[in-house]
Design a protein around this ligand. Structure first.
Ligand code: UFG
Length: 327
């Protein structure tokens, strides 16, 4: 069975394709390669195209006749969204709307959508449940929320059924080292800390040490990319079996501070992480931790890889090879 994976050349998308292939599905990647990598597409065909291009999408649906779509293709770097909001509205909202139109045209009714905890903004309660108010703090979060609204409105009047998955902090890499996180520029904590530990570039900037958290640094809920892929598979299977639309957090329920991550990086790599304590990064919120109960009940989702040691070991294993460091 073919599954169209938009953004399948990117970090989470590539892990998704690997997981789909392991379960006997054929992932068809649709990606404009603006941030994804051709070398990360290994488990099925690559269609180079842009989700804002209706004709390219129509041709792809006609050629491959996928049973469902998983939509990862988006601009994701929070800071870039503040500097270039129209790019985010055009790509994330315009692109996904065009994809929904093409799906309707092709008669494809099942969609797994990559949403984010950034749609919650600064939450009133912790951990964050799915019914928490959504008041995004960034253009990125606004655009993902706008798509959630478009999905809800479309599902009301059409056969569309969707799963909107609100990820917390995706991290880690394939345990065999085959694929991993390759953003350019890299803004995420774990790869940046590993880079500093490897002695590549200068010290890692630690953004904000005066938050109201146990050690003054931000608290996040890190989820291994293998676990994210497994949760998408579970969501996909539910939709293919005819389930109704649903919205679901994907996190572990455990929060870790930046300093806790840094000390695990030091323990795993056996190297110090040179750090430059710096002012808060605009757009960061102090604490984001998921309430994972609904994912447990509805998807039977219990993370297998997301303990912090495994997350960082797998990421290190991937980057070490990429950076050609001695084992
Ligand atoms: N951090 C540093 N130095 C770095 C990188 C990050 O100190 O070089 C800190 C950040 O300030 C933050 C924490 O590490 O406190 C985590 O930062 P990441 O950039 O790894 O992750 P974010 O929590 O900012 O981003 C994640 C997702 C986004 C999503 C966002 C919601 O990657 O897609 O959560 O807030 F939008």
């Amino acid at each position: 069975m073919k599954i169209l994976v938009c953004g399948g050349a990117g970090y989470i998308g590539a892990h998704m394709c690997k997981a789909l292939a392991a379960e006997g599905y054929e992932p068809v990647v649709f990606d404009n390669l603006s941030s994804g990598h051709r070398h990360a597409v290994k488990w099925g065909p690559l269609v180079v195209g842009d989700i804002r291009d209706r004709r390219a999408l129509d041709d792809c649906f006609a050629a491959h006749r996928p049973a469902a779509v998983i939509q990862f293709a988006a601009s994701i770097e929070v800071g870039e969204g503040e500097a270039n909001p129209l790019k985010f509205w055009n790509n994330n909202v315009g692109g996904t709307v065009t994809l929904l139109e093409a799906m309707a045209g092709a008669g494809v009714t099942a969609l797994v959508f990559s949403s984010t905890c950034a749609t919650y903004g600064i939450p009133d309660r912790m951990p964050i449940g799915e019914s928490e108010p959504q008041r995004p703090f960034s253009v990125y979060g606004e655009t993902k929320l706008a798509v959630e609204k478009a999905l809800a409105a479309t599902a009301k009047i059409s056969p569309l059924r969707y799963a909107s998955l609100r990820y917390f902090n995706a991290a880690g890499a394939s345990p065999d080292g085959e694929i991993g996180e390759e953003h350019n520029p890299e803004t995420h904590l774990i790869p940046n800390a590993l880079k500093a530990a490897a002695g590549i570039g200068s010290a890692m900037k630690l953004f904000g040490t005066d938050y109201d958290t146990p050690d003054g640094t931000c608290v996040r809920d890190y989820i291994h990319v293998m676990d994210l892929a497994a949760a998408h598979l579970a969501a996909l299977r539910l939709l293919l079996d005819g389930a109704d639309s649903f919205i679901c957090n994907l996190g572990t329920g455990t929060g870790l501070t930046v300093r806790e991550i840094l000390s695990t990086v030091e323990a795993v790599t056996g190297r110090p992480v040179p750090v430059e304590e710096s002012p808060r990064r605009p757009g960061d919120v102090p604490r984001l931790v998921a309430d994972p109960s609904f994912a447990q009940e509805h998807l039977g989702f219990f993370p297998q890889y997301s303990d912090v040691g495994t997350v960082i070991r797998d990421a290190w294993n991937f980057h070490k090879t990429r950076w050609s460091l001695a084992p």
